[in-house]
Design a protein around this ligand. Sequence first.
Ligand SMILES: C[S@@+](CC[C@H](N)C(=O)[O-])C[C@H]1O[C@@H](n2cnc3c(N)ncnc32)[C@H](O)[C@@H]1O
Length: 269
Amino acid sequence: MRARRAEMDRLVPDGGAVGASYWDSRARRFAARTAGSGARDPLLARIRRVARSSTTVLDVGAGPGRFALALAPRVAEVVAVDASPVMGSLLRRASRQAGLANVTTVTGRWEEVEVGPADVVLCSYVLPLVDDAAGFLAKLDAACRGDAYVYLSALSADAFSDPFWRHFHGKPRQPGPTYLDAVAVLAEVGIRADVEVVEVAVRTRHNSVAAAARSYREALLLPDTAEVRRELRGLLSGWLVADGNVLRPPLRSTPAAIVHWSPRPRRRT
Ligand SMILES: C[S@@+](CC[C@H](N)C(=O)[O-])C[C@H]1O[C@@H](n2cnc3c(N)ncnc32)[C@H](O)[C@@H]1O
């Protein structure tokens, strides 16, 4: 993670490649891409097996709330923590529009916020962004009374973009952590987790090759120059697949890992 972060800092020296401001600037696009997808996601089906109307849920790194919004009508309460203020405001607006009165947002990094424990704790597509995974996971564990779920891709996004990355940067990208690392770190802090690998639909769609080039330029940490844009458009137009009037990557689904554990019962203080 540190090597990958150092590479990102080198390529985007103003520090915009990670952190709350990174997510603030992407929040609306992320919300549009994920809107409504929580209800059909295998993670939701899994959580619904344990969620009751009396269940309290804590969603860490909730983003615009694809899981928070899908769970709220079925449970007592959802507390959604996110480092990005814009993500939080999008979730509050979506909750209001859906008439959900039981969703509370907390803005701040999980490592720093203080929230009470919940029956179900979930953390979806956040862990590979975290420096201190052990501390982050131990705090998730401490906040959980029943079932904890850490969700992350079982196929790195780098697998898609590796040929493009090598094309522009001349060498492979520093690899990010995987779900196997999550399981190993959990074991290090004394937590034995089970893993279910599920298939998740790829929802990325682009309205044009130019829009795709903008998105891949950001993901590949490339400078915004006419030459980069032209080259990316050329590469992407041969790779993306036309699907009706939009373009999509040439893969319909990717594997994702549900890492789950039940915290050991704690003595009440
Ligand atoms: C890829 S999005 C995932 C959003 C949502 N969980 C989902 O699966 O749709 C990652 C989110 O994690 C948030 N995030 C990243 N690091 C965080 C941290 N240390 N504490 C809290 N939120 C964090 C970002 O602001 C962003 O909204």
